[in-house]
Design a protein around this ligand. Sequence first.
Ligand code: 4GM
Length: 170
Amino acid sequence: MVAEAGMVMRADVVYDAYKAVKTDHTKVIYMSPQGKTLNQKKVEDLAKENHLIILCGHYEGIDQRVIDKIVDEEISIGDYVLTGGEIPAMVLIDSVSRYIKGVIKEESVQEESFSNGLLEYPQYTRPEIFEGEKVPEVLLSGHHENIEKWRQAKSLEITKKKRPDLLENK
Ligand code: 4GM
């Protein structure tokens, strides 16, 4: 038999696994192409939950009866189909983990793309001149207020150019 033909996970097996790990304050997420697309707001909300169970199928989905019984929310990582929900589950875990204290520096969580609804400004490091291209002068000035202004302006400019849709309800 070719893998994929009718590989739906059994309701009873999934339910037993669920019962073995659930708590009184567990939220169950089902990774599926039919779910709402994951975004940063959703990631932030999930990070506030006390306990998550992430359920996913492989090849195909899971018996509908157990989905109806235990799933609180269906989430997709984008409009494409994968062989299984494991990679979507890892994407969810990675994005949510960043909000857990101690995983990364707190400033980094605040600053970057999407947290403020805008894309991130460009980053530079050494050397000061690379193949004839200089690091923008303001960044070398040590003037923090001007640097901050420059970054905000760049964020806005880049968002307008690359993802104007993000500015629609701002
Ligand atoms: C069908 C139902 C998630 C297929 C449940 C899972 C893509 C995504 C699967 C499932 C998946 C996604 C497995 N493919 N876009 N395949 O998030 O878990």
